[in-house]
Design a protein around this ligand. Structure first.
Ligand code: CP
Length: 309
């Protein structure tokens, strides 16, 4: 049983709660791979997706997760909603409360927005990414993908390369992977490494090769092209040459090491196309696993609501 009505970040979950979500996803993945995708676990419940930033994977998989489990599912298109008339997040929350929704999956550019919303609604709030803070369901699907491949998380070495400073995926993975006993190595240009991240358990490598040496998994992060003018690195070509993931770099990883990336990939920048599409890449499997993990989360939060609310 989860201990909160909301899922706001891996910072706030215990190792037991993370393990429970991953175990639940084993069953939901089996269901997904089956012939018919129709269950009634969430019959009579309503899920709203409220995304203030663009998304393909996260929003679609929440919507499908709700539908496959029998929930009523509504997407609020922020671009055409009353947000454009100046409605605040709290007032949108109050409106959804009045409409008696059970789950709100939210993505917001401000770190902490899901927490604020959760304190002001009776619905269960699920963080689909908040600013540079957390993206817990992405990290859970990454961990599920590793657990499915290796049978464990404990003892794995995971190398994370890319724009760590602006990445909510990196932070959530750091919390989750270390709670389950993995070692997390990070490498990026100095402008993309947050100060003091070692205090959260990250090993900061001094070269790409050191980060990847003996790694079981190598995770690339999206370079935020919108920040190219911010002087974080000289050019995309140089980023790719000095910080990207390519076949030569992967020779340092453990034999059979797997490649992860949360998507969307900037083709040829974070990873070479051969790595993105190569046989070690689990990037497409991650997308399927995202659906399984989000179904597991919805089922567990629904059980929490039945017991406690
Ligand atoms: N990984 C991820 O969050 O992708 P989307 O932005 O497409 O949801």
């Amino acid at each position: 049983m989860l201990k909160s009505k909301d899922l706001l970040g891996l910072q706030y979950l215990s190792a037991e709660e993370i393990t429970q979500i991953l175990s639940g996803a084993v069953a939901t993945k089996k269901f997904l791979l089956g012939d018919k995708k129709a269950a009634d676990d969430l019959k009579g419940r309503t899920l709203v997706t409220l995304f203030y930033e663009n998304s393909t994977r996260t929003r679609t998989s929440f919507e499908l997760a709700g539908k496959y489990l029998g929930a009523n599912e509504v997407n609020i298109s922020v671009a055409t909603s009353s947000v454009q008339k100046g409605e605040t997040l709290m007032d949108t929350g109050k409106t959804l409360n009045a409409l008696k929704v059970d789950f709100i999956a939210i993505r917001h550019p401000m770190a902490g927005a899901p927490q604020l919303l959760a304190q002001n609604v009776t619905a269960s709030v699920i963080n689909g990414g908040d600013g540079m803070h957390e993206h817990p369901t992405q990290a859970l699907l990454d961990m599920f993908t590793l657990k499915e491949h290796y049978g464990r998380i404990e003892g794995l070495k995971v190398a994370i390369l890319g724009d760590i400073k602006h990445s909510r995926v990196a932070l959530s993975n750091l919390f989750g992977l270390t709670k389950l006993g993995a070692q997390v190595y990070m490498y990026a240009p100095g402008t993309m490494i947050p100060k003091d991240i070692q205090k959260l358990g990250a090993h900061i490598a001094t070269s790409r090769e050191e980060a990847v040496e003996g790694a079981d998994a190598v995770m690339g992060l999206r370079i935020q092209l919108e920040r190219m003018n911010g002087g974080l690195f000289p050019s995309l070509g140089e980023y790719s040459k000095y910080y990207g993931i390519n076949g030569d770099l992967l020779k340092y990883a453990k034999k059979g090491a797997v490649i992860l990336h949360p998507g969307p990939v900037n083709r040829g920048v974070e990873l070479t196309p051969q790595v993105t599409d190569g046989e070690s890449s689990l990037i497409t499997e991650q997308v399927t696993n995202g659906l399984a993990v989000r179904m597991s989360i919805l089922k567990l939060l629904s059980a929490y609501r039945e017991e406690n609310l």
